[in-house]
Design a protein around this ligand. Structure first.
Ligand code: NDP
Length: 299
């Protein structure tokens, strides 16, 4: 039996979606504003199709305006940029998300740069990355935002805590490190060239693992009582040879849950943890963008 508190992504994501729904209703009543999210899917990647459908359903469920543009895999760069231009100019749309990865031949960086930074609800535009690094109000990538909500829920004030983030991607590692820094943590960013990684992790009151390596972080790397946020989503074959022979797979995180849960004070499970927060944070970002574009509340 794990001794750690399990940080339940399902409960927290449900609560966040309920809060967003309330805010959407309030914005409609008091400002006649219905936040609108446009999701653009290019090609027919099955995993992307599932994510896009889920984003559309969740945004409708909280009362938002939702648009999904499905473009063929043969869509050219100019056509995609033209669509983004239209969405940038559309006053009913406050959030634009281009589902990644894009098919080969499309320049991801150029496409992301074309999104109006004030509608960039994925938080991947360099202007938002720069705002975040400069301590200015930014639209922040959704998964890091979800990690912070989970940490605040578990620990309250994060000030002075030692945090180790494993991974330095633009999508997760770097923004989560910036958010922890903004919350007054002492932050170390570890990556594939970090020496003595287990010793580095043992220093941490907060561990955020965003590596993409199944169960890499072991229980004996964790300082007793630390809070562990496992961002990893890795599909691996079952150990059971019968299931493995049937080609069945399961999802595990970047943390070896069983051993880490014996030592940690609190830990997110995979599945059922951070992953569930990501779409809820996308909805929250869309409300934030809509309010800022209308000049409601603080910028
Ligand atoms: P990337 O592959 O972009 O980045 C992985 C990072 O881990 C890199 O910075 C890399 O270092 C580092 N790394 C790789 N191997 C090691 C190692 N042996 N020791 C230490 N660091 C290492 O992945 P992402 O950040 O996009 O995603 C990370 C994980 O999170 C994946 O499992 C992904 O599926 C999951 N994910 C989950 C989401 C969710 O909603 N829960 C959303 C997004 C991602 P270097 O820079 O040196 O190469």
């Amino acid at each position: 039996m794990p001794q750690a508190q399990i940080i339940d992504g399902k409960i927290l994501a449900e609560r966040l979606r309920a809060e967003v729904a309330q805010e959407v209703a309030q914005l409609k009543r008091s400002h006649n504003l219905r936040p609108g999210l446009a999701v653009v899917l290019v090609g027919a990647d099955p995993a992307s199709e599932i994510y896009v459908r889920s984003k559309g359903e969740h945004s409708l469920a909280v009362g938002m305006h939702s648009l999904t543009h499905r473009l063929g895999a043969d869509t050219g760069q100019a056509e995609l940029l033209a669509l983004i231009g239209e969405l940038n100019a559309d006053p009913a749309i406050h959030g634009i998300l281009v589902q990644l990865p894009l098919p080969e031949g499309l320049d991801e960086r150029c496409v992301l740069a074309a999104i109006d930074p004030d509608k960039d609800v994925d938080g991947l535009h360099v202007v938002n990355a720069g705002r975040l690094a400069s301590g200015l109000p930014a639209l922040t990538p959704c998964t890091p935002l979800g990690c912070m909500i989970m940490l605040r829920e578990t620990l309250g004030d994060l000030s002075g805590k030692r945090a180790v983030v494993i991974g330095r991607s633009v999508l997760v590692g770097k923004p989560v490190a910036q958010l922890l820094l903004a919350a007054d943590c002492t932050v170390t960013i570890a990556h594939s060239r970090t020496r003595d990684l287990p010793d580095v992790v043992r220093e941490a009151d907060i561990v955020v693992a965003a590596v993409g390596r199944p169960e890499m972080v072991r229980g004996d790397w964790i300082k007793p009582g630390a809070t562990v946020i496992d961002v990893g989503i890795n599909r691996v074959p079952f150990r059971d040879p019968v299931k493995a022979a049937q080609g069945k797979t399961k999802v595990v995180g970047d943390v070896h849950f069983r051993s880490a849960a014996q030592v940690a004070g609190a830990i997110t499970p995979v599945p059922g943890g951070v992953g569930l927060m990501t779409v809820a944070c996308l909805l929250k970002n869309t409300v934030t963008a809509a309010k800022r574009l209308r000049g409601i509340g603080e910028r």
